[in-house]
Ligand binder design. Structure first.
Ligand code: FES
Length: 115
C-alpha cells in the first residue's frame, strides 16, 4: 500500500510534534498503511474496528516494514518471518520484544499522530 505523505506538520513544541496522517476514510477497518515521516523512516498506522493505532514502521527482528504485514484484528504479523505484534501496545507476541507506540487521534476530520 502506498505511504501517506505527511508534509503537513500541524503542531510543534520542544516535547510534542504532531503529524497529519490523512483522512480517516483513507484507512478502512482491518487495514494498515505506512506513514512517511519525511526523514527516511515511517510508522505503521492501523485501523482496528474504527480505532487507530500507530507503531514503529519496522520490525525489530530484521527490519521488515510492518505496514506490509498481515493484519489479524489487533495483531500484525511481520511478512518476513512471522513475528506478531499487538498494535495497541506494541508488545511482541512471539518473542520478548516490543515496538514503540504513538498516540493517534482524529481532529478536524484528520488522523493525527503524536511523534
Ligand atoms: S523481519 Fe520481522 S520477523 Fe523477521
Amino acid at each position: 500500500m502506498q505511504p501517506i505523505n505527511t508534509n503537513s506538520e500541524t503542531a510543534t513544541s520542544p516535547t510534542r510534534q504532531v503529524i497529519v496522517a490523512g483522512h480517516p476514510e483513507q484507512l478502512l477497518p482491518g487495514r494498515c498503511i505506512a506513514v512517511d515521516l519525511g526523514d527516511g523512516t515511517e510508522l505503521a498506522l492501523f485501523n482496528v474496528g474504527g480505532e487507530f493505532y500507530a507503531i514503529d514502521g519496522y520490525c525489530p527482528h530484521r527490519g521488515a516494514p510492518l505496514s506490509e504485514g498481515y493484519v489479524y484484528g489487533e495483531v500484525v504479523e511481520c511478512a518476513l518471518h512471522g513475528w506478531q505484534f499487538d498494535v495497541r501496545n506494541g508488545e511482541c507476541l512471539t518473542v520478548p520484544e516490543k515496538v514503540r507506540t504513538y498516540e493517534v487521534f482524529v481532529e478536524d476530520g484528520l488522523v493525527k499522530i503524536e511523534i
